[in-house]
Design a protein around this ligand. Structure first.
Ligand code: SAM
Ligand code: SF4
Length: 469
């Protein structure tokens, strides 16, 4: 999932940091939640090296961009941003500029040729080598590490929760992807799938809870294929943990800790996961289930390995087991060879599924992907765009209906902070992941509290209500 409002967000130092740092780093993150989570791991590694975070890149000794390659536009945004740093670097030649993440992995040393002001290029599996690369770059030598790994999960690194609301946190449970959807660059930039030690995940979540956090989002490209096999040691029997079992373990930490996860693949989400969700009140009733297309032929070309009917059956199953479950999706318009009828199939899958929300894109060919090698990107841009507009229009109607349907209902809401518009209102989300805004009144509530809210009105992305005592 790509959170539009967070693109390019810079992390600030957390308030009251007791550490003293002799240098400053600045980091901006683009793309999916995994990148935002990785930036917290990078921050932790840099803190150990004596670098403290700053929100002002002009003050920084080290400027980092954690980049995304998923669409061409994402890469263009990063290039534009780099150009904005040029002036500052001219005035402060000692400042180092590093590029992290998927674009670093995709372009490797070519980045250094194409963007002369870049000093360091580091792929997603090589963040532990950052201190050494920084030392090299300080000595005037450009440095690159884009080695992918089969086992790196950063399990032992406790991420620094920079700029956090203190209530919600991301916890990475696996890395990479083995799925090879033909349109997607992720398997090439993030490498093979590997699952992180279950015990380290549970202890990170427990630690977050003990520090006052009340919601964790378990992250992976395909969380339903999480499968951890621990090695047999003297103190520990060998064991395997699947995603449903991991969810259950995290749910047991405390009924007051909410659990979300992203992303689910329709081919892998099991009844076992759905029943585990239904069983625990603190596992949020919300699933992000990317459909990509509603046409079986296109799904085959995409190598999604499910059919239209399979997808619709999954939606049916989710609603049978959890009638109140929130559902969102990703859709791509104009994939190779998509006809007008195929596009209508996508609209009809949306009509049947009635998503509460969707991330919608037009197909962007990425160099090196299977689609780029096998198929021609043959749908004209204006057709892709028109189809995308139709998809967006339909979804906007569905979102409006979904939010309007909630008027008159009461939800349990976890308070995350002040509403963006007014510090007289709280902002939080219900279990279905819908944003809820309501007046604070004098109820003596604080961030991290749960409260019941009766919904009075709704827009297509926000529920507005009042506290019920
Ligand atoms: N692993 C997740 C999954 O399988 O759904 C998410 C992967 S990706 C970071 C997020 C979304 O970007 C995808 O679900 C897809 O809709 C979109 N996407 C990926 N590659 C794309 C491309 N080449 N052009 C347009 N959209 C793309
Ligand atoms: Fe890309 Fe498919 Fe893997 Fe998602 S599941 S990251 S879309 S290859």
């Amino acid at each position: 999932m790509v959170e539009e409002s967070r693109q390019g967000e810079a992390y600030a130092p957390f308030a009251g940091d007791p550490n003293e740092f002799h240098k400053k780093f600045y980091i901006e993150s683009y793309g999916c939640q995994m990148n935002f989570s990785d930036s917290e791991i990078v921050a932790s590694i840099l803190n150990e090296e004596g670098f403290g975070a700053t929100r002002n890149f002009e003050d920084a000794d080290l400027v980092l961009l954690n980049t995304c390659s998923i669409r061409e536009k994402a890469e263009q945004t990063v290039r534009n941003r780099l150009h904005a740093f040029r002036k500052v670097k001219e005035n402060n030649p000692g400042m180092l500029i590093g590029v992290l993440g998927c674009m670093a992995e995709r372009l490797k040393a070519k980045f250094l040729e194409e963007e002369k002001l870049v000093d360091i290029v580091v792929g997603p599996d090589a963040y532990r080598s950052l201190p050494g690369l920084i030392t090299e770059a300080e000595g005037g030598q450009k440095s690159v590490n884009v080695l992918l790994s089969r086992d790196e999960t950063y399990a032992d690194i406790s991420p620094v929760r920079l700029d956090s609301n203190g209530v919600t946190a991301f916890v990475s449970i696996m890395r990479g992807c083995n799925n090879m959807c033909t349109f997607c660059v992720v398997p090439f930039t993030r490498g093979r799938e590997r699952s992180r030690d279950a015990e380290s995940i549970v202890s990170e979540c427990r630690d977050l809870f003990n520090r006052g956090f009340r919601e964790v989002t378990l992250l992976g490209q395909n969380v339903d294929s999480y499968y951890f096999t621990s090695p047999f040691t003297d103190s520990r029997e060998a064991e395997t943990v699947n995603f449903a079992q991991l969810l259950e373990r995290v749910a047991h930490i405390s009924p007051l800790l909410r659990i979300r996860f992203s992303t689910s693949h329709p081919k892998d989400i099991t009844d076992d996961v759905l029943y585990t969700m239904a069983k625990y009140h603190n596992i949020c009733k919300y699933i992000h289930l990317p459909v990509q297309s509603g046409n079986t032929r296109i799904l085959q070309l995409m190598n999604r390995t499910y059919t239209r009917e399979w997808y619709l059956n999954k939606v049916k199953r989710i609603r049978e087991i959890m009638p109140d479950c929130g559902l969102s999706t990703d859709v791509i318009s104009g994939f190779c060879t998509e006809t007008e009828e195929d596009h209508l199939d996508t609209l009809s899958v949306m009509e049947h599924s009635r998503f509460d929300m969707a991330y919608m894109f037009s197909y962007s060919e990425r160099p090196g992907t299977l689609a780029a090698r096998r198929y021609t990107d043959d749908i004209p841009e204006d057709v892709k765009k028109r189809r995308l507009e139709e998809i967006i229009k339909l979804q906007n109607g569905h979102s409006r209906d979904s939010y309007k349907n909630d008027v008159g209902k009461t939800f349990e809401v976890l308070i995350e902070g002040d509403s963006k518009r007014s510090d007289k209102d709280w902002y939080g989300r219900n279990t279905q992941n819908k944003v809820v805004v309501f007046p604070k009144k004098d109820a003596g509530l604080k961030k991290g509290d749960y409260v019941h809210v009766l919904i009075n009105t709704a827009t297509s992305a926000t529920l507005i209500g009042e506290i019920i005592v």
